[in-house]
Design a protein. Sequence first.
Length: 296
Amino acid sequence: MSAAGGLSRQYAKLCDLDDFEDPALLRAVAEVRSERQPTEHVERKVWEYAMLALFLEDVGRLHEDTEALAIGAGNERILFWLANRIGRVVATDIYGEGEFADKEATLSMLENPRTQSPFPYREDRLEVRWMDARELDFPDESFDVVFSISSIEHFGGPGEIARSAREMGRVLRPGGHAFVVSECFVRRHPLNAAPVDFAARLLTLGRRRRRATPRRRAVVDQVFTPRELGRRVVAPSGLRLLQPLDLTLSPESWTSLASPGYPHILVQADRSVFTSVCLPLEKPGRATMPPCGDSR
């Protein structure tokens, strides 16, 4: 049975422990991570990679004519995996700058991406460029695919996030596909709210909650509510969400909250709990179809 949006499965959803019972998802995890035992690392990050891989396969984008843009890409292994399957991958990030400069977004990725690859890849298919997600240096309608994995929440306040979403929509070709992975509350405590943090800032004359505004939390500010995902990411992008967002979570997923290792599905942050969420998107318009026989 097909999922909503004519897709083979539900992509607009929260990360759920039950997803790791799906043979197709485990296959994708094994491919991207180059592991024989994909169930050894049951965690949000590998789920994010696998969901992107399955989505691109589902919408027929894993072929040589596809040009894809990764935003806030760091040195994610999905970049190298894609370079072996599509015609062009452009990875962008503020390499050497920002809070991830000494982790995923090191200068070495910009200077010599080969040193960051976990496996051999087609080096002529991957480009790495320094670029601010809020101002992409590409013409309109430059890419068939645009994706961002657990990055957009780090781009700044609501206005800056919306600006980056607009840029994603701008550089995507009509009929093209976008895939945004971020973080979403599954249980948000009433005190983890922007008005509460802003009131604390005012009452302490700025000594506490300095980053808070009426619209921006100072605590857990890099996690979205479902409504914020729609207002700050989907709506500004001008793209169409291909499926209604499924916010259900299996009881088994909650067991991971107390686990110090794997599985790693839910995260406790201050008083609230969050996990990864996927947004499968499409740009209205007519897609350019690949030549017959090229689709994989």
